[in-house]
Design a protein around this ligand. Sequence first.
Ligand code: ADP
Length: 484
Amino acid sequence: MENYFLAIDQGTTSTRTVLYDSNFTALDQNQIEITQYYPKPGYVEQDAQEIWDKTFLTISSLLEKNGLEASQVISIGITNQRETIVGWDQKTGKPIGNAIVWQDKRTTNYCKTLQNQGVEKEVIEKTGLLLDPYFSASKLRWINNHFKEEIVNKNTLFGTIDTFLLWKLTEGAVYATDVTNAARTSLLNISTLEWDQDLIKLFELEKINLPEIKKNADHFGSTTLFGGKIKISGMAGDQQAALFGQTCFEAGDIKSTYGTGCFLILNTGNQILRSQNKLLSTIGYKIDQEVVYALEGSIFVAGALIQWLRDKMKFFLSAPESEALAKTANGNSEIIIIPSFTGLGAPFWNPDVKGSIHGISLDTTQQDIILASLEAIAFQSKDLLEAIRQDGAEINSIKIDGGMANNDFFGQILTDVLNVSVQRPKNIESTALGAAFFAGIGSGYVKFNELPDIWKADKIFSPEKSYDAKYSSYLQALNTSINK
Ligand code: ADP
């Protein structure tokens, strides 16, 4: 009777639950938006109680809509926005203040102070991460200090969103996280896969509770909130879940997600690859006793550039229209866009560079700017690939997903610019699929080596023309922007 999997995909802007059959074909989904709070410049918060309530609702209504009993669900997998952190009262389950979201920059000065103390080298060595407000530890310290009065005399639990959802699903029975989420806190030693006491001390978090760290496919307990018992046996941060959902199982396999931003992750095998080019070393996944490491680079603005053309420039009404318009652009246009609207991400990590458009002439059209935008995102991807190559890693394959991956013309530009074949899967929702895969393995329903046969390509893009000359022009424009 057990025929289905549920994947909870708790993202930054929404919570979704996806229903899969036992062959991992997505059958249905429910999605609800999450309220974002911006109480001060640089602050980004969410209400963890709202996240839980909406997660619960997506699950219960999905089961109801499809006429399913809890007993028909083999297992649940959880994937989530990474780094976002929350504290809650163990007795009541009530969050202590709002969750601080990964985008929140309130701890920038504190991180700078730590940098000035010369401790970044140790942090990078242990965590694979830079000393940056992006990661959870400095945010956790902020909550711990700010809510001192409330926290005193309470057994407060802290965790990333995966941990909070698991605790809620199991009604307080399980307080745990997984290695990939733990790796984004800045408190996990990625060599030992344990909380690091020196880092805990560095961030002045000696007295706080931290969850048990589990594998990605594991026994995470069970929930009885949906009319029967359902196992929870998969958990991973969203980008790592996408890596797994794209079956990037060999060293050299890359998944690149083109949503609002772009997140590129390379499987580096069983060894930690230390980047000399400001890419992050992180954990890809842990199955049984095998730990797979990864190198990660992110571009802040990818689909957001298309959104900007739509909403602010009013060039078109919906993002998919960008494809037909770009195709009618002047192919010899010299327009170059540097899309650093919020600074530059990897491999530059330069928050001060502003966005710019270069090479405009009197005959420049909207179409030329749209084409240049698609090219800009491909050029930034090439920057990441070049950094990876300089770090000595081999590249086997690139699998893409995210909203922009639906754009065939972008897929072709990307393969031309990178000069590497680019594959797009039939099931473009790699993140939820990865969570379902972990749940499949953790519940013993499927074996790791059966997964590659489940992944199906929808389209394979192959290089047709050289973009070397235009990439050189882009690099020149980029240098001008950086050196301003
Ligand atoms: P996120 O998960 O970050 O919200 P999605 O993966 O849903 O993002 O992708 C949405 C982004 O992709 C938007 O920024 C949108 O502008 C862009 N996008 C969606 N479809 C297309 C398309 N056909 N061509 C270009 N960009 C697109």
